[in-house]
Design a protein around this ligand. Structure first.
Ligand code: SF4
Length: 126
């Protein structure tokens, strides 16, 4: 009985994880297409990369769904890393921005991802 409950629990959790990854992979590119470097909706104010032409945050984050915001918050995603040397652009899960866009994407965090951002799922790119 207990073994059956444990097996069911593992299967349910695996299915939930797979569904979350599928949703991130499906919705992420749609949001990324709206993430343009000079989009006025982003209203960047200061720079965190040392390059004055680069905004400090990704635009259009207000358009994210509540579920996407929850995933981002649960992994503590931020547009500016608190850990020097651990940034999205050196993370194995980062996907490069489209031509002309500042922000790329991520295989686990939905929405636009700043190259100098960070979350707790960071994995060193080899
Ligand atoms: Fe950035 Fe986290 Fe995605 Fe890595 S897993 S690219 S650190 S958001």
């Amino acid at each position: 009985m207990k073994t059956e409950q444990t097996r069911r629990h593992v299967l349910l959790n695996t299915a939930k994880g797979a569904l979350g990854l599928f949703a991130a992979a499906t919705v992420g590119p749609i949001i990324l297409s709206a993430c343009k470097k000079n989009d006025s909706a982003g209203k960047p104010t200061t720079n965190n990369s040392g390059d004055a032409s680069q905004p400090t945050s990704c635009p259009n984050q207000e358009a994210l769904s509540e579920q996407d915001k929850t995933v981002r918050a649960s992994l503590k995603y931020v547009d500016k890393t608190p850990l020097p040397g651990r940034t999205c652009d050196n993370c194995k899960l980062y996907t490069l921005p489209q031509a002309g866009a500042l922000c790329g994407g991520c295989k686990v965090v939905p929405g636009p991802i700043h190259p100098k951002g960070y979350c707790t799922a960071w994995i060193a790119r080899m």
